[in-house]
Design a protein around this ligand. Structure first.
Ligand code: TXA
Ligand code: MG
Length: 335
């Protein structure tokens, strides 16, 4: 059971030892990571794993990431911990890179949604790693939000999302603020492949630098999003509709009101000009990543009925890839 408030003194905020105790008893707990907060279950507890899907209203076809405290825990989760996986882990762990590798029998099918591969990540947040170390078992953890909605980057976001029914360890605001980069990797002994399934906290340019330093033939590519079952076209959506507006459709400035009204009408409602709020991101990409989800949540809880975003030309560059990916999927409409 995940309804936790049946007796008055159960606090939804937990310390590390309380979180470990609950995970040991087969309960779910939200934990901080450097990317976003995760809804964690021990990989040994089928009941807790099922609860994760139920609490999130997540379809069972969408596999979970397994979180480990250090690279030594990775080989037991896979039947092929090859040199490329090892080198990527050595370079980017702990940190926001998730490796998809062939799964071992230690990983229950519910985690991988029946796939023969498993996604593994060693988070950089000290609280996450301490919890996993103390528990002694890896944790499966999706982002701690309802399926398809905006990910949480503070403990308060988690409490809001599940109306206080899911206990959380408060580790402060997430530093990266966007989910990890998910890559499938494979080394044949002579050549390697890295396929980006989801852009995120580690940029493609950093993977390219890694390949250059490793100095072996590795091909880097981007996969169609269906290679990652959960990376669906509509995702990360705030509670109010977000509209992505191309600058060219916003000229002249006086036109803005009309375009916003048209956008609202296409979404099935009417607005006045003061009911639309613009999402303006910091110009520095690290800061924009860190604050994107909290800004979306803030605007969604403001009186505005519609949120709009106008991408700037410089945001088409590679370093903005993950932020733009999230905004594109979060948008209900693009004009
Ligand atoms: O930063 C993160 O990755 C956060 C924190 C909590 O670690 N977690 C996260 O989990 O974003 P989630 O469940 O929201 O997203 C996991 C993504 C999904 O798109 C899922 O489809 C993909 O990883 N994934 C998991 N296992 C996979 C597999 N075996 N093959 C392909 N994609 C996989
Ligand atoms: Mg998610």
């Amino acid at each position: 059971m995940w309804v936790l408030k049946e007796d008055g003194d159960m606090s939804p905020l937990l310390n590390i030892d309380q979180a470990v105790a609950r995970l040991r008893q087969g309960q779910v707990v939200a934990i901080p990571t450097e990317t976003v907060y995760g809804l964690a279950a021990a990989i040994t507890s089928e009941e807790a794993l099922r609860t994760v899907f139920q609490v999130k209203k997540r379809p069972f076809f969408d596999p979970l990431i397994v979180h480990i405290a250090s690279v030594d825990q990775a080989p037991a989760l896979t039947v092929n911990w090859d040199e490329l996986s090892q080198a990527l882990a050595a370079k980017f762990w702990p940190g926001p890179l998730t490796l998809v590798v062939p799964k071992s029998s230690r990983v229950p099918d519910i985690i991988t949604a029946g796939l023969q591969s498993v996604a593994i990540r060693c988070p950089a947040h000290p609280v996450a790693r301490e919890i996993i170390s103390k528990l002694g078992t890896p944790l499966a953890a999706p982002s701690a939000n309802l399926f398809g909605k905006t990910s949480p980057t503070t403990a308060q976001h988690v409490l809001d999302e599940f109306e206080g029914r899911v206990p959380v360890v408060d580790g402060g605001p997430c530093e990266v603020g966007l989910e990890s980069t998910v890559v499938q990797c494979d080394w044949t002994g002579e050549q390697g492949k890295i396929r980006i399934l989801r852009p995120g906290g580690v940029r493609a340019a950093q993977l390219q630098d890694f390949i250059r330093e490793w100095n072996r033939p590795v091909h880097l590519s981007r996969a169609e999003s269906k290679a990652s079952p959960g990376h669906t076209e509509h995702h990360y959506q705030p509670e109010k509709p977000l509209v992505w507006l191309e600058l060219k459709n916003m000229e002249p400035a006086a036109n803005r009101e009309q375009v916003l009204k048209t956008a609202a009408r296409r979404l099935g409602f009417e607005i006045s000009a003061d009911q639309a709020a613009e999402l303006v991101l910091p110009t520095e990409v690290t800061l924009a990543s860190r604050t994107l989800y909290s800004q979306l949540r803030q605007l969604a809880s403001s009186p505005a009925q519609l949120i709009y975003f106008i991408p700037r030309p410089e945001q088409a560059s590679e370093e903005w890839e993950a932020v733009m990916d999230r905004l594109r999927r979060a948008a209900s409409l693009r004009l």
